[in-house]
Design a protein around this ligand. Structure first.
Ligand code: PLP
Length: 365
């Protein structure tokens, strides 16, 4: 046998066929994309180029360059996130992997609200852990009863992603306080994937972070969404010093260190406000929500750049195949969930494509 048992635990994707079909399309209306449709702001690009030219191209320390760690810590503390150290990681993806590596034993359970970002499930399984899903349909809010029911003596972590991929839902203050209270009572670690924190369309005053509420929280973030730096692979994790220090050690063996020039550019990015770029997404959110709400069962997204309507007939896989026949590329909900009743539509797209997409979706309803 050439392959490891680990590889066998990764389920072959049932939606392969859909992606194969989509790949063959010449010029689809593409509402499938999980990254901003704006580019990295020019000054941030220039800063990266400057440091490449200056020869800042070698390995950096495993925890990341000191000035970026300090600056991030300052920013997080200003948001009242409880943390005393930060590690720079290869995207939030690298941050999640290291977080799991240093906190989760094989056999440990990680509670995740379903629908969820698909990477969580596989990272946990690849490390021998067990994802335990709590179904949060149809309103995408976490209920205390369901959370408590999912907890066993094997539970180690609760993983929350707000604003959420794929639903666009943002947890309320009450929900987050409930999660923090339960985690504290049961002595669990909380992972808070805050990668979309700037993409939140409610009032600033309503913004709450799990990291503000509970000291055993690992706050995971990054530069991929707010500054569109997806390809530069830069993220971070903040939390208790003893956990972060082990992550730094682990990083030596897993990633060595992360992108050198991107860290320098990130120092500038932290001072570069992209609110005006992100503001456009509120309008796009309104466009798509208003375009779908009378035809579909759909929750208004308060964040990220996704909307997750239920489809007529309840088969999102079939619905996506049909959408492809109409030149529209969206993602089946089954990619993100044990249910297949919904589809994920990204509004990180040009307005023209968005309007065309809405048109197709209204006809298909
Ligand atoms: N977390 C969520 C919820 C995401 O949607 C994504 C990317 O789509 C990531 C993490 C990964 O981000 P990064 O590019 O920083 O690895």
């Amino acid at each position: 046998m050439l392959l490891s048992d680990r590889v066998m635990s990764v389920r072959p994707s049932g939606v392969r066929k859909i992606f194969d079909l989509a790949n063959k399309m010449k010029n689809p209306i593409n509402l499938s994309i999980g990254e901003p449709d704006f580019d990295i702001p020019d000054p941030v690009k220039e800063e990266g180029i400057k440091w490449i030219r200056a020869g800042f191209n070698k390995y950096t320390p495993s925890g990341g360059i000191q000035e970026l760690r300090e600056k991030l810590l300052y920013h997080l503390k200003r948001k009242n996130i409880i943390c005393d150290d930060v590690i720079i990681t290869a995207g939030a993806t690298g941050g999640l992997l290291l977080s799991l590596m240093v906190t989760m034993n094989p056999g440990d359970e990680v509670i995740i609200p379903d629908p969820y970002f698909v990477l969580y499930e596989y990272q946990i399984m690849l490390l021998g852990g067990k994802p335990v899903f709590i179904d949060i349909y149809p309103d995408f809010t976490i209920k205390e009863d369901a959370l408590r029911e999912a907890i066993t003596d094997k539970t180690k972590i609760i993983l929350i992603n707000s604003p959420n991929n794929p639903t666009g839902a943002v947890c309320s203050k009450e929900e987050l306080e409930m999660v923090a209270r339960v985690a504290k009572e049961k002595n669990l670690i909380v992972f808070s994937d805050d990668i979309y924190d700037k993409f939140a369309y409610m009032n600033n005053a309503d913004k709450v972070y799990l990291g503000q509420l509970y000291d055993k929280t690992l706050t995971i973030g990054g530069f991929s969404k707010t500054w569109a730096m997806t390809g530069w692979r830069l993220g971070f994790v903040a939390g208790p010093k003893e956990i972060i220090q082990y992550m730094v050690t682990m990083q030596q063996y897993v990633f060595s260190s992360v992108n050198s020039f991107a860290q320098k550019a990130a120092l500038l990015a932290l001072d570069y406000n992209t609110d005006s770029l992100i503001e456009g997404y509120r309008r796009k959110r309104d466009l798509i929500y208003d375009g779908l709400k009378d035809k579909y069962n759909v929750v208004k997204p308060e964040g990220a750049f996704f909307i997750f309507p239920e489809v007529p007939g309840g088969d999102g896989d079939k619905f996506v195949e049909k959408a492809l026949e109409n030149n529209l590329f969206i993602i089946p909900g089954s990619v993100f969930s044990s249910r297949k009743s919904n589809v994920r539509i990204s509004f990180a797209a040009g307005e023209e494509d968005l309007l065309k997409g809405i048109d197709v979706l209204r006809k298909m309803a």
